[in-house]
Ligand binder design. Sequence first.
Ligand SMILES: CC(C)(COP(=O)(O)OP(=O)(O)OC[C@H]1O[C@@H](n2cnc3c(N)ncnc32)[C@H](O)[C@@H]1OP(=O)(O)O)[C@@H](O)C(=O)NCCC(=O)NCCS
Length: 173
Amino acid sequence: MTIIKSKKFILRPFKKGDHTSLVRNINNKKISRNTLSIPYPYKMSNARSWINYNIKLDKKKKKEEMNFVIDIAGDVAGSIGLREIKAGHMAEMSYWVGEKYRGQGIMTAVLKEITKYGFNELKLRRMEIGIFHFNEASKRVAEKAGYQCEGRMRKYVLKNKKFIDALLFAKVR
Ligand SMILES: CC(C)(COP(=O)(O)OP(=O)(O)OC[C@H]1O[C@@H](n2cnc3c(N)ncnc32)[C@H](O)[C@@H]1OP(=O)(O)O)[C@@H](O)C(=O)NCCC(=O)NCCS
């Protein structure tokens, strides 16, 4: 998988040994509440199986899913994933940043880098993010990275026996 370097962070694949720092930063109620499938509490066993899953994924030639670590000085400060990379045309994204790294423009910078990578290297024509309707910080990140809201997808997600509306943000080339 590609490695993308910037002044503040490195975007790189998951590797063995990431589990301690992954759990430290992802084990957070706000992350779980705002994402589809990240549990809280997030256990060491969750981290190990996620890392193993990604190591296997990384060996596949045809990339249908790519999950990058947002590495800040060796710490798994967050992550951004591209999924459903369908026939080289589009990808769906999700992301999180550990609480101590928030509010510094990190995710906006990461999303800008990944968007550049998706359009220029993967040759995608559309990149999209489904954001829970109450997630103001993520909406702001998407807007700052040049994504447009295309509408509200009603009852898009069923989580903890409750339906959640999501806003569809996208950027096209
Ligand atoms: C969403 C998230 C990734 C943002 O990461 P971040 O590195 O803090 O983002 P940035 O610093 O680049 O930008 C955050 C913006 O949201 C704004 N913001 C934060 N909380 C907000 C709130 N409650 N209401 C309105 N705006 C808010 C910040 O002020 C900032 O905007 P500004 O630069 O105009 O001031 C992070 O909060 C997170 O991981 N949340 C939990 C998981 C999640 O929501 N993932 C996204 C799923 S779609």
